[in-house]
Structure formats: structure tokens, C-alpha cells
Design a protein around this ligand. Structure first.
Ligand code: SAM
Length: 368
């Protein structure tokens, strides 16, 4: 009897897993079609031109009509686009980009913009054999090998939060004294380590009009983009960027405030980097670290954020950190206890978790 119950339970569990895997596959494939649509400018064309037939979309975006039609039909069945009348002949149907879809997949300034996840899936493809080799040897996969898709994805993912939340909400409410210092005279000297495409650096420069900001990143193509973004934003006279490994480079001196946004867990030598930052700050200077909002401890069942972070770790962040040897081998799921340990080893005597609520991020404040 108990065998029957067990078999029934297993059958039910298998059915649930089959549903979950199939729907996960559907979601992953649809994310890739969204990414394709963005890379080809198809959502932008729909947003600009309004309802389009496949011929009109193809002409507006400069793509082949047959492909335009397939993509439009696929996006419609995925409930991302609206069609005027599905009963019309294929070449006469007109497709529209609904406002909610635009918000999530097309509007790169929106806090709801999640299209970059598709770019993450794409960037893993070319390095997949390297990834397998790293798992066998204990080596790593350098950040640069994930290529432009990865850099673009990272930049796009955090950009809206930096431009809309970083100064006015996160710092203003979570660290009001830092917010005040950044506004005050003499101009605050600010360091942004692991700045990537510089969206945080630019956001800080725009929010604090007299602050002087230095962005540092070990990845040269990221710094090239960061310089371009600062110039386009008109803040390049107060922002400078340096290519360098933050554990080895001279970061400068007398910074009032330093930041590391979503980068400590990627570093092979986080303690050395934190120590360098501490030495680069003036007495009484502050370091704010933004990293992943994972659980305090490992648990058998993870919430979706924990699962997302572990997935990112398995495929990207851990191998990136392991590319530098010897490595701390942190991975995306850096728990507060690990961050505290790194801070202490780097010589910071003050460590606090800031009262800033965000689905993905936790904020640490380090000082002396
Ligand atoms: C996940 S990305 C975050 C980029 C950016 N802060 C953001 O939030 O979009 C991590 C960045 O840290 C940089 N990085 C990693 N280790 C570094 C090191 N030791 N020194 C300087 N930059 C480093 C990488 O090149 C990458 O641009």
C-alpha cells in the first residue's frame, strides 16, 4: 500500500517537474526572441511607427519580411504583442506593442526593464566549453571571454536603478550623512570601483553636481563605454576613468566616499581590493558596497532571487572569480557573513547593513 502511495507521489512530482521544465524552456526561448527583437530594433520600430504589418515592420527595421512575420506571430502567441484581427490574411494583420510590454522589454530607462536577461543567456553560449573545462580543472572563465553581450547585459540591468534610485532614494534615505557630504563643499572625492559601463558613476555625477568622481575597472572595453557615457551625459569634466585591477593599481588618495556596485563577489581577491579602497579613503571615509540580496544562510529551498543568483553564479560569477588564481571563490551568492569577514580582514572596523530595501540588492557600509 505504502509503495502505491510512493509511486503516486513520484508520478505527481514527475508531472510537476515536467510542467516546470517545459514552461522554463518556453520562458528561456521567449527571452531569447525578446533579445533578438531588441538587437534588431523591432520593438523600437513598433513603438515609433505604431501598428505595423510584417511588411511595414520589415521596412522600418531593415529586416527580411518573412522573418518579420514569424517573429510577429511568435511574439503575439507569447502575449507580448497585440494583433488587430488574427483572422486576417497573414500579410494584412497589424501588430501593436502594448504599453506593458514596452515597459518590460523596450524602455531601457524603466525600473521594470528585464529584457537584459536574454542577453545573459546569449553570452553563456560561446563560453560553454570553457565553462565545462573550468569545472573539471578548477580554473575559471575570464570576464572578458563572456564578451560584449555580457557587458551590455550588466550595464543595462542596473542602469535604471542607478539613475532613478541610487542618490534620491538609496543614499538619501539609507545613508543621509553620505548623501549630505556628496552635496557639500568642498567637493567630495568619490571612488567607484568595478564601475563597468559607468552608469553608477554617471548617476552619481548627475545627482551631486560638484562631486569629483573616479571610476575604476579592470575591463578596458567597459571603461571605453563608461567614458562615452560620461561624455554623452555631459559630466566628463568631473568624472575620470582608469583601467586597472583594484588590488594592484594605485586608486588615488583622500576619497570621502567609495562605492563597489555588484562587483565584490566577482573578485578573485576581494580582501586585497577592499584593503586598497580603505587605504585610498581619507580618515573617516566611507565605503558602500552594493551586492546581492541573498539569504543569510544556505537553505534547501531558495526563493526566486536566490535561485536566479545561484544560476548566475554557476554560469558566470563563480567562474569569473576563479579566473584569477588563487581565488577567494566567492560566487554570486555572497552572504552577509562572508562580506563581514572580508571587511574585517581588510581592516575595516565598522560594518553595517544599511536600511535599504531592494529585491535584488543589499547594501553594506564599511568604515573605521
Ligand atoms: C558584475 S560587474 C558590475 C559592473 C557595475 N558596477 C554595475 O553594477 O553594472 C563587475 C565589474 O567588476 C569589475 N571587476 C572585477 N574585478 C575587478 C578588480 N579586481 N578591479 C577592478 N574591477 C574589477 C569587472 O570588470 C566588472 O566590470
Amino acid at each position: 500500500m505504502s509503495t502505491t502511495v510512493n509511486e503516486d507521489q513520484i508520478e505527481q512530482q514527475v508531472g510537476e517537474l515536467v510542467d516546470r521544465f517545459f514552461m522554463g524552456g518556453v520562458a528561456a526561448i521567449e527571452l531569447l526572441t525578446v533579445h533578438l527583437g531588441n538587437r534588431l530594433g523591432l520593438y523600437d520600430a513598433l513603438a515609433e511607427h505604431g501598428p505595423c504589418t510584417s511588411t511595414q515592420l520589415a521596412a522600418a527595421a531593415g529586416i527580411d519580411e518573412r522573418y518579420a512575420r514569424e517573429w510577429l506571430e511568435q511574439q503575439t502567441t507569447a502575449e507580448l504583442l497585440d494583433v488587430d484581427d488574427p483572422g486576417h490574411p497573414a500579410d494584412r494583420r497589424r501588430y501593436t506593442l502594448p504599453p506593458a510590454t514596452a515597459e518590460v522589454v523596450q524602455n531601457e530607462q524603466s525600473l521594470a526593464y528585464l529584457a537584459p536577461i536574454g542577453g545573459f543567456l546569449v553570452c553563456v553560449g560561446p563560453i560553454f566549453s570553457q565553462l565545462q573545462a573550468a569545472y573539471r580543472t578548477g580554473g575559471g572563465v575570464p570576464f572578458a571571454d563572456y564578451g560584449t553581450e555580457m557587458r551590455d547585459m550588466q550595464g543595462a540591468f542596473n542602469r535604471p536603478a542607478f539613475s532613478q534610485l541610487l542618490a534620491g532614494e538609496w543614499l538619501a534615505n539609507g545613508a543621509p550623512d553620505v548623501h549630505a557630504r556628496l552635496q557639500a563643499s568642498p567637493p567630495a572625492r568619490v571612488l567607484d570601483v568595478g564601475c563597468g559601463y559607468g552608469w553608477s558613476t554617471v548617476a552619481l555625477a548627475k545627482a551631486y553636481p560638484i562631486a569629483q568622481i573616479v571610476g575604476v575597472d579592470v575591463d578596458e572595453p567597459s571603461i571605453d563605454e563608461a567614458r562615452r557615457h560620461a561624455k554623452e551625459a555631459g559630466v566628463d569634466h568631473r568624472v575620470s576613468f582608469t583601467v586597472g585591477h583594484a588590488a594592484d593599481s594605485t586608486l588615488g588618495k583622500d576619497f570621502d566616499v567609495a562605492f563597489v556596485f555588484e562587483a565584490v563577489h566577482d573578485m578573485g581577491r576581494p580582501v586585497e581590493v577592499l584593503r586598497q579602497i580603505r587605504e585610498a579613503c581619507r580618515d573617516g571615509g566611507t565605503l558602500i558596497v552594493m551586492d546581492e540580496n541573498v539569504a543569510e544562510e544556505f537553505g534547501a529551498i531558495g526563493n526566486p532571487v536566490e535561485r536566479f543568483m545561484y544560476g548566475a553564479s554557476v554560469l558566470h560569477c563563480l567562474p569569473v572569480g576563479m579566473a584569477e588564481q588563487p581565488s577567494a571563490g566567492t560566487g554570486t551568492v555572497m552572504r552577509p557573513s562572508t562580506m563581514r569577514e572580508y571587511a574585517t580582514k581588510a581592516g575595516f572596523s565598522k560594518f553595517e547593513i544599511l536600511p535599504i530595501e531592494h529585491d535584488f540588492f543589499r547594501f553594506y557600509r564599511l568604515g573605521e
